[in-house]
Design a protein around this ligand. Structure first.
Ligand SMILES: [Ca+2]
Ligand SMILES: [Ca+2]
Length: 234
């Protein structure tokens, strides 16, 4: 009986936990302009990099984004098309994505991270536009074997600036007067050895918003398992 309730609690936690972020926010199926930038998949354009629509590494529908970097240490793939999930702060805790690495990176480091841009519409002295927030958490590509990696995560826990370093997405973005009221652009940056090129394919980008029900079920599941564990030890 006890075992069965543990099983049910864990099952619920996994089923609902997995349902946190299912629909792709960027799937790279549509070529679209983004502000004054050249058209690209979901409006993505390269900054020191070349981005294009591809089929390699497509894990959601038919297309992926090819992210190709030659010589250059710090580059970006950016879009000014911001999905509703990201532009209804607070809520988002992480970015989830599928990545295909066609060949192992032969140099020491190549890390992918996230930069967000936003407008401070409620600023006391009038709106301030285009604030930039880079997040500390990075996804290491060097050292990984060639292949497709599903459900990879970059958390938005800690800004490294220039805007409000040390704070999370959900502290920085929101309705307060000094918050960034809306997101205006999203960027995957790659920070790598300047001389060594890299190419990766990205698809199925999801902004993770934990649902209150999910958190409750997770807590319940963990609580039951913990209580039983304590009783067993006692
Ligand atoms: Ca896709
Ligand atoms: Ca806030």
């Amino acid at each position: 009986m006890r075992k069965r309730s543990i099983c049910i609690a864990i099952m619920f936690a996994f089923v609902f936990g997995a349902a946190v972020a299912t629909a792709a926010d960027y799937s790279f199926e549509v070529i679209a302009p983004s502000g004054g930038n050249p058209p690209g998949p979901d409006g993505f354009f390269g900054l020191g990099a070349t981005v294009s629509q591809d089929v390699i590494g497509a894990t959601d529908l038919l297309h992926s984004m090819k992210y190709q970097v030659g010589v250059g240490g710090f580059v970006g793939a950016r879009t000014e098309i911001v999905p509703a999930t990201l532009n209804n702060p607070p809520g988002v805790t992480a970015v989830m994505f599928d990545i295909t690495i066609p060949e192992a990176y032969p140099d020491t480091f190549a890390n992918m991270g996230v930069t967000l841009f936003g407008h401070e519409l409620n600023a006391p002295g009038g709106p301030i536009y285009g604030q930039q927030v880079q997040f500390a958490n990075e996804y290491a590509i060097a050292g990984k074997a060639p292949g497709t990696y599903l459900d990879q995560v970059i958390t938005l826990d800690t800004s490294v600036g220039p805007y409000r370093p040390g704070e999370s997405f959900n502290q920085i973005f929101g309705p307060d007067p000094t918050d960034l009221t809306v997101s205006s652009a999203f960027q995957f940056y790659i920070n790598k050895n300047a001389v060594t090129p890299i190419t990766v394919y990205i698809d199925n980008v999801r902004f993770v918003v934990p649902e209150p029900a999910t958190m409750g079920l997770l807590a319940l599941g963990i609580g039951i398992v913990g209580a039983v564990g304590r009783r067993r030890r006692g």
